[in-house]
Design a protein around this ligand. Structure first.
Ligand SMILES: [Zn+2]
Length: 326
């Protein structure tokens, strides 16, 4: 489709793909701004049908904006799991895109868009790069970003450098910091991870197993999500208040661990649940201030500025950095 006639476009455009667990988002980006955007619900638990859908969306964004692939700064793919950004592969992924580990993403890019530069990263780290470069972290050199959604993703910048580590997993496994070593079994195999104790994917189980809640609430455990719970909080619903408080205790414990591990100046919180940031941020700040050991001063918690666009913009930052290094 992109092989139509294009008028030359001098702008540095890039494509950012955020392959979330439930929705895949694709943005055409120019200079830190999303100028074209499409999203679709994940079409399969396997990777290939989703990639085929992504191909069509990328091509339609390019055609609509009169951009030939050869004019692109590059294509950046943010994926859940542990991503090797050098070999451009997914090293490990749990519970999503089960066949993604065998996927040769570079070959897929080449097959569709010839020699367009390509980069990959973990989705939460990509969101961190976006917030650090363009959003709530842009005035800081030491940043932790926590994305609370289906799972809990984290990313870290220390002394102005994104954290990767020997096997590219440093900073990105905050959802699997252990809060209760005897706690609920997590999808990663460990017990009592932040994610297993307070994320959307475990919410029904969290509600069903809490004997302090009313029978009516526990019997309808499958019908709740965090947005509904925080809406009920505003109405003073006792069960919702108890569930939200228990989850905020877990998030606060996780954040205290991230502060102790990474020594950030700011912790930025994102994800759909931040629609209720007015309730969550002050309560988490209070808990964290009381629990974290920060003799040099309290660490500020704040809400994401880029919201669900953070990973797409973070991939633009990676492509710009890649371009500069060439
Ligand atoms: Zn875990």
């Amino acid at each position: 489709m992109y092989r139509k006639i294009f008028t030359p476009n001098e702008q540095n455009s890039s494509i950012g793909i955020d392959m979330g667990g439930t929705v895949i988002k694709i943005g055409l980006v120019q200079a830190g701004k999303i100028i074209g955007f499409q999203s679709f619900p994940v079409v399969s638990k396997t990777i290939m049908p989703n990639l085929q859908h992504i191909e069509d969306v990328v091509d339609s964004l390019l055609v609509e904006n009169n951009i030939h692939p050869s004019q692109l700064l590059g294509i950046g793919l943010a994926s859940p799991g542990i991503v090797d950004p050098v070999r451009k592969t997914i090293i490990a992924i749990n519970d999503k895109y089960e066949d993604a580990k065998e996927m040769d993403f570079s070959a897929w890019i080449k097959r569709n868009w010839d020699n367009v530069p390509f980069c990959m990263d973990n989705d939460a780290r990509a969101a961190t790069l976006g917030e650090w470069r363009y959003g709530a972290g842009k005035s800081y050199d030491n940043v932790v970003v926590v994305t609370i959604g289906t799972g809990i993703g984290t990313g870290v910048v220390i002394d102005g450098k994104p954290l990767y580590g020997k096997h590219f997993q440093a900073g990105s496994l905050g959802g699997h910091f252990v809060i209760d070593h005897k706690g609920r079994r997590c999808t990663c195999g460990n017990k009592g991870c932040v994610e297993a104790l307070a994320s959307s994917s475990f919410l029904a189980e969290i509600i069903r197993s809490d004997e302090t809640l009313s029978c009516a609430c526990r019997s309808q455990a499958d019908t709740y999500d965090f947005n509904r719970l925080f809406a009920l909080w505003r109405e003073g619903d006792a069960d919702a208040v108890a569930i939200c408080n228990a989850c905020m205790d877990v998030w606060a414990a996780g954040i205290v661990n991230y502060i102790h591990a990474y020594d950030p100046e700011v912790v930025i919180l994102g994800g759909g649940v931040m629609q209720s940031a007015d309730i969550i941020i002050p309560r988490l700040q209070e808990r964290v201030d009381a629990l974290a050991w920060c003799p040099s001063g309290k660490v500020r918690l704040t809400v994401s500025e880029l919201g669900s666009n953070a990973a797409i913009l973070g991939m633009e930052y990676k492509l710009l950095a890649l371009n500069e290094s060439l």
